[in-house]
Design a protein around this ligand. Structure first.
Ligand SMILES: [Zn+2]
Length: 350
């Protein structure tokens, strides 16, 4: 009889199903088992200065000496998500339900534009909030960073727009207008005409927002790679399916989710600051169907809608806007979309 040396020290080890534990005597499994005990708290080191336990399972939160901030970490010390995308998604579904009667009568009723809520990541990045930095630079006579493109003044006043996330002062979370928004395309599963309608949609978003987009080329990155983190990677535009992007599986009354989009923000000193990257996932089967029918304007409109989410716009209940949750045949930004995108592009420089 041989004994496998599997390198384990004597102790209780969880079974793969997690329901029980079995005893390893340091040389072999003994066959002795017991029910799994209560889940142990994660092992952690001493608290860093200012960080305290939250008292629940969410990890640590930061006290800046005066008040609790929005900074949180999970037990591994990674920045923790503050708002669940699922919470946003529930709200989104409520508004979509209200708009159902309208959209059902339209030609494109099978097509639903979906959204994934902005995943907000708090972190302790050493960023200087734009306002304070600008004031200091002005006081000492140094020119601060300049916008790349002029701020956009919308030609029509409209209030038919909404933002996904605002900071504690009520300002929307935005991209830095002094830096280009780099983007990359993952063409895996894309229809053959993908480059033309994506570039055209990006150009429309750039014109409406006054934010410069720079194409970094093709990428093999996937949607999941943009769901957390704090580094500034290119915004990813890719084609996917429900296997990789569960939100694309949603379906009601025969309408399919054709795309999802959103951006990641980082907070500085408890204040929501800037978006750092984002992603758009386009449904492969919906785009294959549109492409086979030559409906390039609709393909472009879906990308424009998702880019609206990337730049921070939320859905509105007004079917005259492209940020209406369902595609009812509209293929250009409406006056409310344009007003919202102008504001989205008018953030502060870092
Ligand atoms: Zn949407």
């Amino acid at each position: 009889m041989t004994v496998e040396d599997d390198g384990l020290i004597a102790g209780w080890y969880a079974t793969p199903d997690g329901l029980s534990e079995r005893w390893h005597d340091g040389r072999r499994w003994t066959g002795v088992t017991r029910p799994a005990g209560p889940r142990r708290r994660p092992v952690r080191g001493p608290m860093p200065p200012g960080w305290y336990e939250t008292g629940d399972t969410r990890g640590l939160r930061y006290y800046d000496g005066r008040q609790w901030t929005r900074l949180t970490k999970d037990w591994q010390g990674r920045p923790a998500a503050m708002d669940s995308p699922h919470a946003y998604h529930r709200a989104h579904q409520v508004s979509r339900g209200r708009s159902r009667a309208k959209s059902r009568s339209s030609f494109y009723t099978w097509l639903v534009l979906g959204v994934v809520g902005v995943l907000i990541v708090s972190c302790a990045l050493a960023l200087t909030p734009g306002g304070a930095g600008d004031a200091v630079r002005r006081a000492i006579g140094i020119k601060g960073p300049q916008r790349i493109l002029p701020a956009v003044v919308p030609s029509e006043a409209s209030t038919s727009y909404a933002f996904m996330t605002t900071d504690s002062s009520g300002d929307p979370v935005r991209y830095d207008p002094c830096r280009p928004i780099h983007y990359a395309i993952n063409p895996d599963g894309a229809p053959s005409d993908y480059a033309s309608f994506i570039q055209s949609a990006v150009a429309a978003a750039q014109t409406a927002s006054g934010l410069e987009f720079v194409y970094d080329g093709v990428s093999s990155d996937l949607w999941a790679s943009r769901q957390n983190g704090t580094d500034e990677r290119p915004v990813l535009i890719g084609f996917s399916d429900a296997k990789d992007v569960p939100a694309l599986a949603e379906e009601e009354f025969g309408k399919h989710v054709a795309g999802v989009g959103g951006s990641l923000s980082v907070s500085v000193e408890g204040r929501l600051a800037h978006y750092v990257t984002g992603a758009v996932a386009l449904d492969r089967s919906s785009f294959a169907r549109l492409s086979s029918r030559g409906m390039v304007d609709e393909e472009r409109a879906i990308v424009m809608h998702e880019l609206g989410h990337v730049l921070g716009l939320a859905h509105v209940a007004d079917p005259n806007q492209l940020m209406f949750a369902d595609n009812v045949g509209k293929t250009t930004y409406g006056d409310g979309d344009l007003a919202g995108l102008a504001i989205a592009g008018d953030g502060s420089c870092r």
